[in-house]
Design a protein around this ligand. Structure first.
Ligand code: MG
Length: 282
Protein backbone atom coordinates (compact mmCIF):
# COMPACT_ATOMS: atom_id res chain seq x y z
CA UNK A 1 0.00 0.00 0.00
CA UNK A 2 1.34 3.44 -0.86
CA UNK A 3 0.69 5.80 2.00
CA UNK A 4 -0.34 9.44 1.83
CA UNK A 5 2.29 11.76 3.42
CA UNK A 6 2.65 11.58 7.22
CA UNK A 7 0.40 8.55 7.81
CA UNK A 8 -0.48 7.98 11.45
CA UNK A 9 0.74 4.92 13.26
CA UNK A 10 1.18 3.33 16.66
CA UNK A 11 4.05 1.55 18.36
CA UNK A 12 2.61 -1.84 19.20
CA UNK A 13 3.61 -5.12 20.78
CA UNK A 14 2.28 -8.55 19.94
CA UNK A 15 2.22 -9.56 23.60
CA UNK A 16 -1.56 -9.89 23.69
CA UNK A 17 -1.36 -12.41 20.86
CA UNK A 18 -1.29 -11.56 17.18
CA UNK A 19 -5.05 -11.35 16.64
CA UNK A 20 -5.77 -9.36 19.80
CA UNK A 21 -2.88 -6.94 19.19
CA UNK A 22 -3.96 -6.42 15.60
CA UNK A 23 -7.58 -5.89 16.64
CA UNK A 24 -6.41 -3.09 18.96
CA UNK A 25 -4.55 -1.36 16.13
CA UNK A 26 -7.52 -1.77 13.77
CA UNK A 27 -9.78 -0.33 16.41
CA UNK A 28 -7.62 2.79 16.45
CA UNK A 29 -8.00 2.96 12.67
CA UNK A 30 -4.41 3.90 11.80
CA UNK A 31 -2.76 2.68 8.59
CA UNK A 32 0.74 1.95 9.96
CA UNK A 33 2.47 0.39 12.98
CA UNK A 34 5.93 -0.13 14.36
CA UNK A 35 6.01 -3.54 15.99
CA UNK A 36 8.12 -4.75 18.90
CA UNK A 37 10.04 -7.89 18.02
CA UNK A 38 8.50 -10.93 19.72
CA UNK A 39 10.46 -12.90 22.33
CA UNK A 40 13.29 -15.13 21.06
CA UNK A 41 11.22 -18.32 21.04
CA UNK A 42 8.86 -16.75 18.51
CA UNK A 43 11.54 -15.28 16.24
CA UNK A 44 11.05 -17.70 13.40
CA UNK A 45 10.14 -17.37 9.76
CA UNK A 46 6.81 -19.11 10.14
CA UNK A 47 5.56 -16.69 12.78
CA UNK A 48 6.97 -13.76 10.79
CA UNK A 49 4.94 -14.81 7.75
CA UNK A 50 1.82 -15.09 9.91
CA UNK A 51 2.46 -11.55 11.12
CA UNK A 52 2.98 -10.37 7.53
CA UNK A 53 -0.20 -12.03 6.27
CA UNK A 54 -2.41 -10.79 9.12
CA UNK A 55 -1.17 -7.21 8.83
CA UNK A 56 -1.62 -7.30 5.05
CA UNK A 57 -5.15 -8.58 5.47
CA UNK A 58 -5.85 -5.74 7.89
CA UNK A 59 -4.29 -3.26 5.44
CA UNK A 60 -1.80 -2.00 8.04
CA UNK A 61 1.80 -1.36 6.97
CA UNK A 62 4.50 -2.51 9.38
CA UNK A 63 7.00 0.34 9.16
CA UNK A 64 9.70 -1.01 11.56
CA UNK A 65 10.35 -4.06 13.70
CA UNK A 66 11.79 -2.79 16.99
CA UNK A 67 14.54 -4.64 18.84
CA UNK A 68 14.48 -5.25 22.58
CA UNK A 69 16.97 -7.32 24.55
CA UNK A 70 16.60 -9.55 27.62
CA UNK A 71 18.12 -7.97 30.73
CA UNK A 72 17.41 -4.33 29.85
CA UNK A 73 16.23 -2.10 32.68
CA UNK A 74 14.68 1.35 32.32
CA UNK A 75 14.39 1.80 36.11
CA UNK A 76 16.75 4.79 36.27
CA UNK A 77 19.14 6.68 34.01
CA UNK A 78 22.01 4.75 35.60
CA UNK A 79 20.24 1.43 34.98
CA UNK A 80 19.73 2.38 31.34
CA UNK A 81 23.39 3.31 31.09
CA UNK A 82 24.39 -0.10 32.45
CA UNK A 83 21.87 -2.37 30.75
CA UNK A 84 20.31 -0.94 27.58
CA UNK A 85 21.25 -1.59 23.98
CA UNK A 86 24.56 -2.59 22.42
CA UNK A 87 26.81 -0.39 24.55
CA UNK A 88 27.09 -2.66 27.66
CA UNK A 89 30.03 -4.89 26.87
CA UNK A 90 28.99 -8.02 28.78
CA UNK A 91 25.88 -8.58 26.68
CA UNK A 92 27.05 -7.00 23.44
CA UNK A 93 27.96 -10.14 21.56
CA UNK A 94 24.71 -12.01 22.29
CA UNK A 95 22.64 -8.91 21.53
CA UNK A 96 24.30 -8.46 18.14
CA UNK A 97 23.36 -12.08 17.40
CA UNK A 98 19.79 -11.42 18.52
CA UNK A 99 19.67 -8.28 16.36
CA UNK A 100 20.55 -10.42 13.35
CA UNK A 101 17.74 -12.83 14.22
CA UNK A 102 15.34 -9.90 14.54
CA UNK A 103 16.52 -8.63 11.14
CA UNK A 104 15.79 -12.05 9.62
CA UNK A 105 12.36 -11.91 11.24
CA UNK A 106 11.77 -8.35 9.97
CA UNK A 107 12.63 -9.34 6.41
CA UNK A 108 10.03 -12.11 6.51
CA UNK A 109 7.35 -9.71 7.76
CA UNK A 110 8.02 -7.41 4.81
CA UNK A 111 8.95 -4.51 7.12
CA UNK A 112 11.44 -2.07 5.55
CA UNK A 113 13.75 -2.05 8.55
CA UNK A 114 14.57 -2.53 12.21
CA UNK A 115 14.76 0.02 15.01
CA UNK A 116 16.91 -0.12 18.11
CA UNK A 117 18.21 1.71 21.15
CA UNK A 118 21.97 1.49 20.85
CA UNK A 119 22.39 2.66 24.48
CA UNK A 120 24.48 5.51 25.85
CA UNK A 121 26.91 6.34 23.04
CA UNK A 122 29.96 7.97 24.71
CA UNK A 123 29.99 11.75 24.34
CA UNK A 124 33.79 11.53 24.07
CA UNK A 125 34.32 10.63 20.42
CA UNK A 126 37.97 9.73 20.91
CA UNK A 127 37.43 6.81 23.28
CA UNK A 128 38.04 3.20 22.16
CA UNK A 129 34.46 2.46 23.27
CA UNK A 130 33.06 4.96 20.76
CA UNK A 131 35.05 3.32 17.96
CA UNK A 132 33.93 -0.15 19.07
CA UNK A 133 30.27 0.78 18.97
CA UNK A 134 30.73 2.38 15.55
CA UNK A 135 32.14 -0.98 14.44
CA UNK A 136 29.25 -2.93 15.95
CA UNK A 137 26.63 -0.77 14.24
CA UNK A 138 28.54 -0.95 10.94
CA UNK A 139 28.33 -4.73 11.14
CA UNK A 140 24.59 -4.64 11.83
CA UNK A 141 24.03 -2.20 8.95
CA UNK A 142 25.93 -4.44 6.57
CA UNK A 143 24.01 -7.51 7.68
CA UNK A 144 20.73 -5.62 7.20
CA UNK A 145 21.76 -4.07 3.90
CA UNK A 146 22.24 -7.53 2.42
CA UNK A 147 18.57 -8.11 3.28
CA UNK A 148 17.51 -4.68 1.98
CA UNK A 149 16.61 -3.51 5.48
CA UNK A 150 17.16 -0.10 7.04
CA UNK A 151 18.50 0.34 10.57
CA UNK A 152 16.98 3.19 12.58
CA UNK A 153 18.60 4.30 15.82
CA UNK A 154 16.25 5.66 18.45
CA UNK A 155 17.28 9.03 19.87
CA UNK A 156 17.39 9.76 23.54
CA UNK A 157 20.49 8.98 25.44
CA UNK A 158 22.95 11.12 23.54
CA UNK A 159 23.18 14.69 22.29
CA UNK A 160 22.24 15.50 18.70
CA UNK A 161 25.90 16.33 17.99
CA UNK A 162 27.07 12.92 19.15
CA UNK A 163 24.33 11.07 17.29
CA UNK A 164 25.12 13.01 14.11
CA UNK A 165 28.84 12.33 14.42
CA UNK A 166 28.18 8.68 15.21
CA UNK A 167 26.05 8.21 12.08
CA UNK A 168 28.67 9.92 9.91
CA UNK A 169 31.36 7.67 11.39
CA UNK A 170 29.31 4.52 10.71
CA UNK A 171 28.77 5.88 7.20
CA UNK A 172 26.29 3.32 5.95
CA UNK A 173 23.45 4.42 3.64
CA UNK A 174 20.82 2.26 5.33
CA UNK A 175 21.45 3.83 8.75
CA UNK A 176 18.92 6.43 9.89
CA UNK A 177 17.27 7.85 12.98
CA UNK A 178 14.00 7.08 14.71
CA UNK A 179 13.57 10.51 16.28
CA UNK A 180 11.81 10.49 19.67
CA UNK A 181 11.60 14.08 20.96
CA UNK A 182 10.34 13.05 24.40
CA UNK A 183 13.36 10.86 25.07
CA UNK A 184 15.68 13.85 24.75
CA UNK A 185 13.69 15.54 27.52
CA UNK A 186 13.35 12.39 29.64
CA UNK A 187 17.12 11.73 29.51
CA UNK A 188 18.06 15.41 29.59
CA UNK A 189 20.13 15.12 26.41
CA UNK A 190 19.06 18.40 24.83
CA UNK A 191 16.26 20.51 23.45
CA UNK A 192 14.56 18.21 20.91
CA UNK A 193 13.58 20.74 18.24
CA UNK A 194 17.07 22.16 17.51
CA UNK A 195 18.29 18.54 17.74
CA UNK A 196 15.78 17.50 15.08
CA UNK A 197 16.98 20.26 12.76
CA UNK A 198 20.60 19.26 13.42
CA UNK A 199 20.17 15.58 12.49
CA UNK A 200 17.28 16.21 10.06
CA UNK A 201 18.76 14.64 6.93
CA UNK A 202 19.12 11.30 8.75
CA UNK A 203 15.61 11.07 10.20
CA UNK A 204 13.70 8.19 8.64
CA UNK A 205 11.06 7.49 11.29
CA UNK A 206 9.81 9.06 14.50
CA UNK A 207 7.94 8.60 17.74
CA UNK A 208 5.26 11.12 18.58
CA UNK A 209 5.71 11.20 22.33
CA UNK A 210 5.75 14.00 24.89
CA UNK A 211 7.40 14.62 28.27
CA UNK A 212 8.23 17.26 30.87
CA UNK A 213 11.79 18.07 31.99
CA UNK A 214 12.99 16.89 35.39
CA UNK A 215 14.51 19.34 37.89
CA UNK A 216 17.87 17.60 37.37
CA UNK A 217 18.04 16.81 33.65
CA UNK A 218 20.48 14.00 32.91
CA UNK A 219 20.36 12.74 36.50
CA UNK A 220 16.65 12.11 37.04
CA UNK A 221 14.18 11.07 34.37
CA UNK A 222 11.77 13.61 32.98
CA UNK A 223 8.16 12.44 32.97
CA UNK A 224 6.30 11.16 29.92
CA UNK A 225 2.92 12.81 29.37
CA UNK A 226 0.01 12.43 26.96
CA UNK A 227 0.86 13.99 23.60
CA UNK A 228 0.48 17.77 23.63
CA UNK A 229 0.72 18.08 27.43
CA UNK A 230 4.51 18.04 27.81
CA UNK A 231 7.42 20.31 26.90
CA UNK A 232 8.04 19.03 23.35
CA UNK A 233 5.69 21.48 21.54
CA UNK A 234 4.21 18.84 19.26
CA UNK A 235 2.87 21.32 16.73
CA UNK A 236 6.37 22.72 16.22
CA UNK A 237 7.82 19.22 16.22
CA UNK A 238 5.58 18.15 13.32
CA UNK A 239 6.17 21.40 11.43
CA UNK A 240 9.94 20.94 11.86
CA UNK A 241 9.61 17.38 10.50
CA UNK A 242 7.79 18.80 7.48
CA UNK A 243 10.44 21.50 7.07
CA UNK A 244 13.27 18.96 6.95
CA UNK A 245 11.36 17.10 4.23
CA UNK A 246 10.07 14.22 6.35
CA UNK A 247 6.89 12.62 5.00
CA UNK A 248 7.08 9.23 6.76
CA UNK A 249 4.82 7.83 9.44
CA UNK A 250 3.90 9.69 12.62
CA UNK A 251 4.12 6.81 15.07
CA UNK A 252 2.46 7.43 18.42
CA UNK A 253 4.24 5.96 21.43
CA UNK A 254 2.58 6.07 24.86
CA UNK A 255 4.36 4.13 27.58
CA UNK A 256 1.48 3.47 29.93
CA UNK A 257 -0.83 0.47 29.74
CA UNK A 258 -4.48 -0.53 29.68
CA UNK A 259 -7.40 1.77 28.98
CA UNK A 260 -5.36 4.87 29.81
CA UNK A 261 -2.97 4.05 26.97
CA UNK A 262 -5.82 3.57 24.50
CA UNK A 263 -7.51 6.81 25.58
CA UNK A 264 -4.26 8.78 25.33
CA UNK A 265 -3.51 7.32 21.90
CA UNK A 266 -6.98 8.27 20.67
CA UNK A 267 -6.47 11.81 21.91
CA UNK A 268 -3.02 11.86 20.20
CA UNK A 269 -4.57 10.71 16.92
CA UNK A 270 -7.09 13.57 17.04
CA UNK A 271 -4.34 16.07 17.85
CA UNK A 272 -2.00 14.85 15.09
CA UNK A 273 -4.76 14.81 12.48
CA UNK A 274 -5.58 18.41 13.27
CA UNK A 275 -1.92 19.50 13.16
CA UNK A 276 -1.31 17.59 9.94
CA UNK A 277 -4.34 19.14 8.30
CA UNK A 278 -3.28 22.66 9.29
CA UNK A 279 0.26 22.09 7.98
CA UNK A 280 -0.69 20.39 4.74
CA UNK A 281 -3.34 23.02 3.94
CA UNK A 282 -1.18 25.91 5.06
MG1 MG B 1 10.52 5.99 21.58
Amino acid sequence: MTQAPLPLGVFAGLGEGLDASLAQIQDLNVPTAQVHAPPTEKLDAQYARQVRDKFEEADIDITLIFCGYPGESYASIQAVRETVGLVPEDTRHERVELTRQIADFARETGAPGIGLHVGFIPEDWDTPEFAEIVGVVKGICEYCRAQELDVNLETGQETAQTLHHFIEEVGRPNLGINFDPANMIIYGSGDPLPALSHVGQHVSSCHCKDATWSDNPGEDFGVETPLGQGDVDIRKFISTLVDIGYRGPLTIEREVSGQRQIDDIRQAITLLKSIRQDLMEG
